[in-house]
Every structure is written in structure tokens, then in C-alpha cells.
Design a protein around this ligand. Structure first.
Ligand code: BMA
Length: 366
């Protein structure tokens, strides 16, 4: 057992408060137990590491049972895995990146049973003409979704399919598996049909309300809902489209790092303004904080993990950080290292940091 593991086990005793909490989480609903675990990470100053589609495919492989690029480097699975529901709204068998939903369900169950957490994003088609999430030249979609009864009915069908999937996530004993769901993400940008140039703040908030009404009607009770704007300049911009305390559990943020010029400085500043705003919002509204999407595509760096990412986000009480997927069919599109990748050694140090948590250590987080 390594030093970090011992520290994790001893922390509740050192803090003198959490061992009681640990006993009590057994009585909580799956959703409240998940909230409590994320809160526990935050209050201990720990950050759970996450990777999109981690166990479905990786840099040069797909669908191998038990495989993971993160595990091939660190010996452990990520604490958090992001899955994307894009395509489920059409009744498709596979998501937009080719992950069969049945396979996704299996992997969600496997991740939960190893003590990890699952988070879901949704690159959904639009309910007007079925165009993909990035079809953003039509700026009337959100307003038609809210006001045109035909479009409303189509959205109802789509969101109901999402709800059916969420309700179907159960463990071996039949108990629901709680997940984080973050619809309508990166809405401060202009690249999705629900973006800032594509909807008014009032319509964006109404879109959330409608989404929650359908989920609630369908009995979805295993979800923590995350609000996840893209980079913002300040708190006011972060909150401009906040749909309300009754609809949101997690204050999230999506901020990517790019290469070239002063891109690291730009990234650090953007994380500071965005996670700074998310943290303030979370404190004021009694919510959790998470860095819901980030990464440096291709990781052309020897030390990005320990010299850029960790010190930049370590200042904020983020419960988890997710880096995006390692595509198996696009050799340059990856955000976590694999065996032999340039940042491999640095990622091992990131894994060994007392601040980061991977799947095995999640079992100590109650
Ligand atoms: C983007 C890219 C796309 C993918 C989409 C949804 O960032 O990774 O290739 O289809 O996310 O996962």
C-alpha cells in the first residue's frame, strides 16, 4: 500500500469528522451518496481524475474488455468516466462516436462497481431538422423548441429516450446507479445550436426547465445535474444563463488548452476566470464544483500534467476533472496519455500526487 493510499485512509480520522459520514452514506439514496462523495473529495482538497470513453476504446484499440489507456500508464482506471449520449435521442443503437449504448451501459455498471463515478454529456441533434449539435447557423431552434408544438413534441420524444436510459442504469442488486448529467454544455460559446449567439438567456434557462420537467415526469431520480459553461471572463458571464438552484447540483466549467504562442498563459488565465467564477457561484448557491471538460489535444508536452494542469486547478475546490476522449480512429485526437506517449512519465507523477484520485482510491471516498 503506497503512502498516498494510507493518507487517504487516515484522512477521515485526522479530520475527525468523516468516519460518521462514511457509516451514514449507506442510508442515502444513490444520488445523495454520489453528492456526498463529491463533497467529500472537495472538502479533503482532492481531485478525482476523469477521462471520456476510457474503457470503451483508446488511442489504438477499441472494445477490448478491461482495457484502458489510463490504466496502461498508471495501473489504475480513472476515477471518473465521461460518456456521451448523443444519438440516443434518435433511438440509435450507437452514439455519435460509435459507442453502442448497450456497451456503454455495461461499462457504466463496471465503472460503478469498481468504485468509480460516471458522468454523461449529450451532443444531441436538434429537434427541428435532426441536424447535429454543431449546426448553429439556425438561431431559432431553441425558441422553436419552446414555442412550436410540433418541435416541442419531437423534443419530448428525444428527452424521454434519454430519461429511459438514465432510469435503466442499475447495479447487480437492481439499485439505480447515480450519474452526473450535464446537458446544454459550453453554452457561452457559439458552436452548438443552444449557444450564446443561438438563444436568449431566458430561452436557455427555459430549455433547462423543460429538460428537467421531462426527466422528473419520467421518474429520473439518479442524476446530479451539472451546469457547464465554456470559458467565461467573469462571474456575471458565468451566471448570465444559470437556470436556477432547483435545477442544478454542480457548478462546472469546460476550458481547453491549446498549443503555440502564449497558449499556456491564455489557458491559465481562462481557468482562473472560469473556475474562479464557478467556485464563487458554488459557495454562494451551496453547490459542488467540477472541471467538467479540459485537455491538451495530442499532449505535445513533457510536463503538462504536473506543471500546468495540476497547479492551475489545484487552487480551486474542484471535485473532479475530466479530459476528453482518445479516439481510436483519429490518431491525433487524444487527451490522455497511452504507453509510450510523450507525457507518460509526467502523468505517472500526476497519478502519484497526493491530490489526485483514481478508481482504486475512490473506494475510500464516502
Ligand atoms: C468532440 C470530438 C468529436 C466527437 C464529439 C462528441 O470534441 O471528440 O470527435 O464526436 O466531441 O464526443
Amino acid at each position: 500500500m503506497n503512502r498516498k493510499y494510507l493518507l487517504l485512509m487516515a484522512l477521515p480520522l485526522m479530520l475527525g469528522c468523516s468516519s460518521k459520514k462514511a457509516e451514514n452514506t449507506a442510508d442515502l439514496s444513490p444520488k445523495e451518496a454520489l453528492r456526498s462523495r463529491l463533497d467529500s473529495l472537495q472538502s479533503r482538497g482532492l481531485i478525482a481524475f476523469g477521462h471520456a470513453d476510457d474503457t470503451a476504446y483508446g488511442h489504438s484499440w477499441a472494445w477490448d474488455e478491461g482495457k484502458s489507456d489510463v490504466k496502461s500508464v498508471t495501473g489504475d482506471y480513472p476515477a471518473v468516466i465521461n460518456w456521451d449520449l448523443g444519438g440516443i435521442e434518435k433511438g440509435d443503437a450507437e452514439n455519435l462516436d460509435g459507442v453502442p449504448f448497450e456497451h456503454m451501459r455495461k461499462e457504466i455498471i463496471a465503472q460503478a462497481s469498481r468504485g468509480g463515478i460516471n458522468v454523461l454529456s449529450w451532443h444531441t441533434v436538434n429537434p427541428v431538422n435532426g441536424g447535429d449539435s454543431w449546426q448553429c447557423s439556425d438561431t431559432t431552434i431553441v425558441s422553436r423548441l419552446l414555442n412550436d408544438s410540433t418541435v416541442q413534441a419531437e423534443f419530448d420524444t428525444q428527452m424521454t429516450r434519454v430519461a429511459v436510459f438514465l432510469n435503466s442504469l442499475t447495479d447487480a442488486s437492481g439499485e439505480k446507479i447515480a450519474v452526473v448529467f450535464r446537458p446544454w454544455h459550453e453554452h457561452t460559446g457559439n458552436w452548438f445550436w443552444w449557444g450564446a449567439a443561438q438563444s436568449t438567456p431566458e430561452d436557455y434557462k427555459a430549455l433547462w426547465k423543460k429538460t428537467r420537467e421531462i426527466a422528473d415526469r419520467e421518474g429520473v431520480d439518479n442524476v446530479l445535474w451539472a451546469y457547464s459553461p465554456d470559458r467565461v471572463k467573469n462571474y456575471d458571464q458565468y451566471m448570465e444563463r444559470y437556470p436556477g438552484d432547483e435545477l442544478v447540483d454542480i457548478m462546472g466549467a469546460d476550458v481547453y488548452c491549446y498549443t503555440g504562442g502564449n497558449s499556456i498563459e491564455v489557458f491559465v488565465n481562462a481557468v482562473d476566470s472560469t473556475l474562479g467564477a464557478a467556485t464563487k457561484a458554488a459557495q454562494e448557491h451551496g453547490k459542488l464544483v467540477a472541471f467538467t471538460e479540459t485537455g491538451l489535444e495530442g499532449i505535445p508536452s513533457d510536463d503538462w500534467w504536473t506543471q500546468v494542469l495540476l497547479p492551475t486547478i489545484g487552487k480551486y475546490p474542484v471535485s473532479y476533472v475530466v479530459v476528453w476522449r482518445n479516439a481510436h480512429d483519429k490518431p491525433d485526437h487524444y487527451f490522455a496519455p497511452w504507453e509510450g506517449q510523450q507525457s507518460e512519465q509526467d502523468f505517472k507523477k500526476f497519478h502519484a500526487s497526493p491530490k489526485t484520485v483514481f478508481a482504486k482510491e475512490m473506494n475510500e471516498i464516502r
